[in-house]
Design a protein around this ligand. Structure first.
Ligand code: F6R
Length: 352
């Protein structure tokens, strides 16, 4: 596959998923400036809950991971038809659905609104926006026409920006600027016109194998999940994710697997330059005890200074690997026919 040839790229990626991945840094900057209308007033919620599924749900996981060491109130994410039982008038809810028509998110949003929670919606339109307007809930309206997973910047960053502006968390303005430049460096270097072929070479090694993505620390857990999701949706292949230290208490034993099965597994460990030394020791020992059986093993380091840069850069890295793998497998990265078909068939059975 001639990745350097733009014509060949276009033939294999006719909807332009690569362009969207390369535009991620720019989308991050744009997403940061998106207003909520009406604006969210200053407030002191008892907790924060992000609702959303798939490509629109991972942003809530990222918010939770990012704020773990900083937020003074619990931050949770849920992927469900209902809001958690504790949700009530003291809650701040982010209802996130790119299309605005995902039934689980709509139902959970209705549930939270009925219990008097303060709700903000993030969407490109659809039923979610219609209901938010009717309820006069703040809405962040994001640019339409993208595959939801390619709109990650728009679905995730407005939550953090709004929380900062409402005084619920500190301002991440400076970290966002640093993140945009770190992510730009990552995608330009690893993209098909860049100087570093390691993302392409990793994708080549993954052909015919099952990627098993492990984050070396819980902070990068949503990145491991995003890598797996992008392997599923872009490269149309099976993938697995898990995180240290939890995997040492169960999955490590699963590496007693038949060697013939282990030979189709390629381990990818997501590392963070700031990861605690103890977790680094766990990774080293687990590689010796278990992962030796795998067909291959790669370690990917997050880039940048701040937590936001490190989280976003390693996600952008995985997006590119999944794009290379799609093209190497001869599949169009954009369509997700199975998801569409499932939604259609559910709709035919009537609304929930
Ligand atoms: C498609 C994708 C899916 C959707 C999910 C929810 O690109 O990533 O995981 O995000 O089916 O749909 P939305 O995002 O419209 O709520």
């Amino acid at each position: 596959m001639e990745f350097a040839n733009p014509k060949e790229r276009h033939r294999r990626d006719p909807s332009g998923m690569l362009d969207l991945i390369l535009r991620f840094p720019q989308m991050c900057a744009e997403a940061w400036a998106l207003p909520a209308q009406p604006e969210l007033p200053a407030l002191r919620p008892q907790h924060i809950v992000a609702l959303g599924m798939g490509g629109s749900g991972i942003g809530g996981d990222m918010l939770r991971a990012l704020l773990y060491d900083e937020a003074s109130v619990p931050v949770t994410s849920t992927k469900e038809y209902r809001a958690p039982a504790f949700v009530g008038p003291g809650s701040l809810i982010f209802a996130c659905s790119y299309s605005g028509n995902t039934e689980e998110t709509l139902a959970a949003y209705d549930d939270a609104a009925a219990r008097g929670a303060r709700c903000v919606v993030i969407t490109s339109g659809g039923e979610l926006l219609r209901r938010a307007k009717e309820r006069r809930h703040p809405a962040v309206v994001v640019p339409p026409g993208l595959p939801p997973r390619a709109a990650l910047a728009y679905m995730f960053l407005p939550m953090l920006a709004l929380l900062g502006r409402a005084g619920i968390v500190r301002s991440y303005d400076a970290e966002l600027r640093e993140a945009v430049s770190a992510v730009k460096g990552t995608v330009e270097r690893l993209g098909p016109d860049g100087s570093d072929s390691s993302a392409r070479r990793l994708a080549e090694a993954l052909v015919g194998r099952i990627p098993v993505v492990y984050s070396a620390l819980p902070f990068l857990e949503p990145a491991a999940q995003r890598w797996k999701d992008q392997f599923n949706e872009n490269a149309k292949t099976f993938a697995v994710w898990n995180t240290f230290p939890e995997l040492n208490h169960n999955e490590t034993v699963g590496w007693g697997v038949d060697p013939a099965l282990a030979r189709v597994i390629h381990v990818i460990i997501l590392r963070d330059p700031r990861e605690p030394a103890r977790l680094g020791q766990r990774v080293t020992i687990t590689k010796e005890l278990a992962f030796r059986k795998a067909a291959g093993l790669d370690e990917i380091a997050s880039e940048g200074e701040g937590r936001l840069a490190r989280l976003l850069s390693i996600i952008a890295h995985g997006d590119l690997v999944s794009w290379y793998l799609a093209l190497l497998r001869g599949v169009d990265p954009t369509p997700v026919a199975v998801i569409e078909d499932l939604k259609k068939r559910l709709a035919e059975t009537g609304a929930v």
